[in-house]
Design a protein around this ligand. Structure first.
Ligand code: URA
Length: 218
């Protein structure tokens, strides 16, 4: 696929970024292993979770535990190959006892995630769960806004429930699977330029009413 970053050696740039994170001893959570992310740097679709758990820390791969298996099964079931997408997290090391990442951790890892997104330049970003969604869309509410398509600058964002939340109940599983089935059509519309970019998401500081600015695809 020829992306916006055509000409950039994405593999090399991601390797450089990996080395920079490894060398940055000012980052929090240094007791845990670095889980950088995996997949194709030329992908259209970037899934972003919150932080690695115990299995991810051991294997140094994102989403390899129960929730990860559910995510990967759904990716395959909509006809995408795992190697054709990219999977990563906001915070690249495991917080102790699987607690949620705190604000300081998110802030400190932010420049590295921003660079990772810039290098990969996906057509669509899929934040998994509330934390990841609120990183991009601070005012969004996960049950209300999962499955909707938002536009921020050059990126399309489609938040989803976290697969761990889907594993907790029948209704959440139904929502998770239903949204997953929409992803191929959403990507096609974006690739064909059929999505209205006229209603961008406006950040909280601009004091716009959230409801006025959300773009709903389906
Ligand atoms: N949950 C996440 O948010 N990320 C992982 O990598 C695994 C579980």
């Amino acid at each position: 696929m020829a992306g916006y970053n055509e000409g950039m050696d994405k593999v090399l740039e991601l390797q450089k970024l990996y080395s920079q994170i490894e060398a940055d001893k000012s980052l929090p959570l240094l007791h845990s292993n670095l889980v950088f992310g995996e997949g194709s740097p030329d992908c259209d679709v970037l899934f972003i979770g919150e932080a690695p758990g115990v299995n991810e820390d051991q294997e140094q791969r994102p989403f390899v535990g129960r929730a990860g298996q559910l995510l990967r099964k759904n990716i395959r079931e909509i006809g995408w190959a795992e190697r054709d997408v990219y999977i990563t997290n906001i915070v690249k090391r495991r917080p102790p006892e699987n607690r949620d990442p705190n604000e300081e951790e998110i802030e400190k890892y932010k420049p590295y995630l921003a660079r990772q997104i810039e290098i990969i330049a996906p057509k669509i970003i899929i934040p998994l769960g509330r934390f990841s969604m609120n990183y991009f869309l601070p005012l969004a509410k996960i049950t209300r806004d999962q499955g909707k398509l938002f536009n921020i600058e050059k990126y399309f964002i489609l938040p989803m429930l976290h697969p761990a939340a889907a594993l907790r109940g029948n209704e959440t599983m139904r929502m998770f699977e239903e949204t997953f089935k929409k992803l191929p059509a959403a990507l096609e519309k974006i690739k064909k330029g059929e999505v209205d970019k006229a209603k961008p998401y406006i950040p909280a500081e601009k004091k716009q009413k959230y409801e006025d600015v959300q773009a709903k695809l389906f």
